[in-house]
Design a protein. Structure first.
Length: 132
């Protein structure tokens, strides 16, 4: 099955247990990114978009993992999405907000945003402890 996230695609096939990230050629066009005043994406460079899609794959692997599933569920259930959106693209949509927060943590930007701070704390704390 495929789950579409805008012009890029993160797909997961439950029959094989494999994930795939597909980057459509049209994502490289700035014309597709309207100006929202927030910055449509945290990072609209090719690397930023790949990191965003990798974030979807990373969170999907956590959510479906026996080892990390409960930990990930507790983390996502505690998130308050009612604050300011992290980007124009991730306007209060939790999967997109998490992917955009992932880009922010990886790139060290938007560190004052509550979701970015919470994700950084989760990755450095509970996730790191469970992964050790």
């Amino acid at each position: 099955s495929r789950t579409s996230y805008g012009p890029s695609l993160f797909g997961f096939d439950p029959a094989t247990g494999r994930s795939r990230i597909t980057l459509a050629a049209k994502i490289w066009s700035r014309a597709l990114r309207p100006n929202s005043g927030l910055g449509y994406l945290v990072d609209d460079s090719p690397g930023g978009m790949v990191t965003h899609e990798f974030g979807h794959a990373f969170f999907h692997s956590l959510a479906t993992s026996r080892r990390f599933g409960d930990l990930y569920e507790a983390f996502t259930n505690a998130i308050d999405y009612s604050g300011r959106p992290i980007s124009g693209y991730a306007d209060h949509v939790n999967t997109e907000s998490l992917a955009e927060a992932f880009v922010s943590v990886v790139e060290g930007v938007n560190l004052d945003h509550p979701l970015v701070r919470a994700l950084g704390d989760f990755l450095a704390g509970d996730y790191a402890t469970a992964a050790a």
